[in-house]
Design a protein around this ligand. Structure first.
Ligand code: COA
Length: 387
């Protein structure tokens, strides 16, 4: 079996808040955010974007590199869905002009569902070897203002084309996974922001990593030293330091691993948390930003979705991967974002849509290819802004 990630692309909206500015408003030291939790900026969702527009934008960049008619399934992973019944993927299917002969589904299990989507895609491809599957991970991390979670907000989407003979990462067959019903992070249907017991969640995350790594080690007979790079689900990038410290008990080994891994944290440090997309943003950043040639290197990926399901799996970076990356596009997306003030952040945060079914137009904010343009009779309306 030679199945895995053929192409990867990410999207984040064109606005960000500096965490130094947020720290000043909260009257705390900026180093708590930049060092203590390892975040510099967070992408901010404008009113005319949501998981659909972010997902469509991320996937759009991949479509001129594949034959669209070969995409036989679109799996949309999110915990920020826009409808209780209809998959966000259905809107994306139309916006991208995908073939009718394509299954569409939405997956949910906190930040983990993108990983289940990737493995489901691999299962589908093993049954239909010429098929490609589009996996979209798209989320908005939102917490209460003034809460400990506030500086770990963010938003973004990562799209993956999964196929046979992948050009980027062959996913290996051994995988270690566990599930346990805990309440570390959740969002009841009536709330627009998540509730998190951050300290408890961090503890559970590390315990899950320990158990998954142990199982993975038993399955593969590998030691941490046999894995060239680690990518993690990153609610905040300091989490990677805690995870690597647990994997590498020797101080020198940990330090050299941390330095080696840091290109992988670059995007996450400035985008913030993007839940389902976060692990794949770490992978995308590693591929795009590493100065060394990663051909033939093994990457270990740790996926964690509160509640919780966790999985450790690995893949091998393919020869010639460098010519299939979209690093210029990704670097422009980040560098061309507009820094917004604390006041604008609050305006976006409090922006509310009407709930009575009246026609409502959302003003233009984004410069992405797609936007959420409004509501009519409780239907969400989307438009393509760039042809
Ligand atoms: N300079 C440097 N570091 C500082 C600092 C300063 N001035 N002030 C505090 N810190 C450090 C603390 O020592 C702590 O480090 P440690 O983790 O090594 O103990 C870190 O910054 C965080 O400080 P803490 O007081 O623990 O922060 P907090 O109670 O405000 O919460 C989180 C931090 C991460 C728990 C909180 O942001 C959160 O809950 N985020 C959401 C996490 C999440 O999404 N989890 C669910 C999915 S996995």
């Amino acid at each position: 079996m030679n199945i895995g990630i053929d192409l990867i692309s990410f999207y984040t909206p064109p606005f960000f808040l500096s965490l130094t500015d947020l720290a000043a408003q909260r009257k705390i030291s900026a180093e708590k955010y930049t060092i203590g939790i390892g975040q510099d900026e967070m992408s901010i969702l404008p009113p005319d974007e949501d998981v659909v527009t972010m997902g469509a934008n991320a996937a759009q960049s991949l479509l001129d590199k594949v034959d669209k008619t070969q995409i036989k399934a679109l799996i949309f992973a999110t915990e920020s869905g826009v409808d209780q019944s209809k998959s966000a993927g259905m809107f994306v299917h139309r916006l991208l002009g995908l073939s009718k002969e394509c299954r569409v589904i939405e997956m949910k299990q906190a930040c983990y569902s993108g990983t289940f989507s990737l493995h489901s895609a691999m299962g589908l491809i093993s049954l239909q070897k010429n098929a490609k599957v589009l996996v979209i991970n798209s989320d908005v991390a939102r917490y209460d203002l003034n809460s400990p979670g506030e500086p770990t907000q963010g938003c973004g989407a990562v799209a993956l084309i999964v196929s046979n003979n992948p050009r980027l990462l062959k996913v290996e067959s051994e995988s270690a996974y566990i599930s346990e019903d805990v309440m570390d992070f959740w969002r009841p249907n009536y709330r627009s922001s998540a509730i998190v017991d951050g300290q408890y969640s961090t503890k559970i995350y590390l315990k899950a990593l320990n158990e998954c790594w142990k199982k993975y080690g038993e399955l593969t007979k590998r030691l941490p030293e046999h894995v060239h790079h680690f990518c993690f689900h990153l609610p905040f990038t300091r989490m990677a330091e805690k995870a690597l410290k647990q994997l590498f008990r020797c101080k020198e080994e940990f330090q050299s691993r941390f330095i080696k891994s840091s290109p992988g944290f670059r995007y996450n440090r400035v985008v913030g948390n993007s839940y389902t997309a976060s692990l794949y943003l770490n992978l995308c950043s590693l591929l795009d930003c590493s100065a060394e040639n990663l051909e033939g290197h093994r990457v270990g990926l740790f996926s964690y979705g509160s509640g919780f399901v966790a999985e450790f799996f690995s893949g091998v970076i393919q020869a010639g991967y460098g010519s299939h990356l979209l690093k210029d596009l990704h670097s422009r997306l980040i560098s061309q974002r507009k820094k917004i003030s604390y006041r604008e952040y609050l305006e976006f945060y409090h922006y509310a849509l009407p709930e009575q079914g009246e026609v409502f137009n959302v003003p233009h904010f984004t410069n992405g290819h797609f936007r959420f343009s409004g509501l009519d009779n409780h239907k969400r309306l989307y438009e393509k802004t760039v042809s």
